[in-house]
Ligand binder design. Sequence first.
Ligand code: IVH
Length: 696
Amino acid sequence: MPPPAPDGPQRELEQLAVQIRHHEAAYRAGAPEITDGAFDDLFERYRALADALGVPEGNRLDQTPGADHTDGFVQVAHRVPMLSLDKLSPNRRGSNGEPMPLSEQLDNWYARRRQDLGEPASLGLIVEPKVDGIGISLKYDDGRFVQAVTRGDGRKGDDVTLQVRQARAVPERLKLTGQLEIRGELYWPLERFAAYNERLRARGETPIKNPRNGCAGLMKRKEPQGIEEAGITAFLYQVPIAENVTLPPTQEAVLSWLAAAGAPVYLDETARFDTPEAALAHCEAFGARRDGLGYEIDGLVIKLDELRHYDQLGGTDHHPHWAIAYKFPPERKPTRLIKISVQVGKSGKLTPVAELAPVTLAGTTVTRASLHNFVELARKDVREGDVVYAEKAGEVIPQVVGVDPTQRPPEAAPFPRPETCPVCATPVMAEEIFLYCPSPACPAQIRERLIHFASRGAMDIDGLGASTVDQVIDKLGVRSPEDLWSLTHDQLVSLERMGKKSAQNLLDGLDRARGRGLSRVLVGLAVRHVGATMAEDLARYFGDAERLLAFSSRYVSGDEEAITKVAPETGSGAIDGMARKTADAIFTALDRRAVRDVIHGLGARGVRLSAVLPVTTEVEGVAGKTFVLTGTLPTLKRSEAGERIKQAGGKVTGSVSKKTDYLVAGADAGSKLAKAEKLEVTVIDEATLLGMLQRQ
Ligand code: IVH
């Protein structure tokens, strides 16, 4: 007998967990779909339900930020962890159940600090802008910039020195001595961001949605040539490590000291106060200055001024006790929901969208807002004709955050869950909380898939933006990615806003895209669960599309050997991070006739279907040597370490013999280590390997 279906609250808890995981993944992928506030609300609701149902701690989702690590970047441990900030929260309630005013929250916070510091006569506060960028830790050695590391999971981050340097985001030299670690925020000034998008638009490319994610994306470019055009810059606010130099005693003095050394700090936007009341009044008034700053801030940070108090107070694993964030309330306005329409995405996912009476939020007119999915729509009970509250924080997609039930028209009815695709009428399929149109011939999917196929993370076809995609579909009969390579110059010049030069640019763009290789083709196919990393792993493992497709069909036909190879019952198989469920979904999708046809069609048009192996640059000491890898390495996956050895001209084999030059051993190394010791093969750790690889 199947287990009984979970009842109401249990079911809602499970659905909330799926939503939270989905939004965490979207956030990590640099494409958040909801505001931080909306995410916090989902989590709050999850926590309340889990409490009510008595779910033990160990079985709950935890709200720690996911490790923000990008494959291919070397991870560096932070000597002092990069934590988050505690925040004043409009959602916090006092013991009487009433919302607690921010002034009371800040007073309590301040009183607690005074108490812990033994009631000092005065306790000054510094208030700084909280720039909405990406946290960065910089090393300066006697004034020379030597390293930049992202925040990552707070304990270790990615080394982005190359990118930060190429972007000219921080000064190469500062007028100071000693060994310093300086923390700050990389950000994209709004004017430079707008100019960059203008250039993208002029080239027919899709503009970047918001400066924060755009900045993060640029800093994770593996080939950063040219990113200096973007104009990324930094704002520095903390010196957690200073060796062979004495720091001034207060935060205010440190900022002046940094400024005098030539560092970018925003002294004009920083102010000092003696009381929490004055600090909060400044925060609340600062909202009016927000639009004129030229960069995005999501609030302010209130810090104690005297640095000697920082060590005395310490903090939790999550945040220090010497600072607290004030976040601006997101602008929220009521407006009439005229209609709910259903959008079909590239993978066929159906998303309900609210069509709103125009409302101005954060300076732009909003007429559409996401309703996320049908589970969320039912939970909020949003109906056509309702007065809803729309919210927009930063540049993220506007959201409908709630309904005003008192203004509901009597005829308003719950929105029915679609049974068929609104575009092609194929019956929908449900997977977890989402609905999908399964038809590969669905016109909405064709459009979205082509836009995705041409996008930067996929085939990066210069000159093929959304409006050109619409035209090639409508006027030139393009249906599938491979059709793009049959387009002629004559056909292209017949399109609107397409001169001879842009037509040639697009043809050149298509020609360049031909050689991007298997992993980019796989990303372009928009198969669910195949993001950049999975696509690279598949390409690296199978080498070319023929082998991948042959394997997919063996997998789908139930070939035990194939199944156990990539997705064994326990542990991980040949491909990192691929569990049985993902493998089922990926290989089933790849084995579909429609997908095979596209892949073969691309091959017939000369699109490269083999993996593009990274160019080998021989590194002395590694080139020509044979390595074996064993155990768990502290930062790299074994496959990554192997890749880097091969890129440096070395060989990687599976077993230790007399011919082995080095065994790279990580934690829990077993028999290979024993054998290497017996054969007197040199055993090295990951740090030594990385050192060898850097010797050029
Ligand atoms: S002080 C424990 N000052 O906000 C971290 N942080 O939400 C102490 N941020 O991780 C940080 N502007 O990336 C500080 N003026 C400022 C800031 C700031 C932006 C970022 C920082 C931090 C995040 C926490």
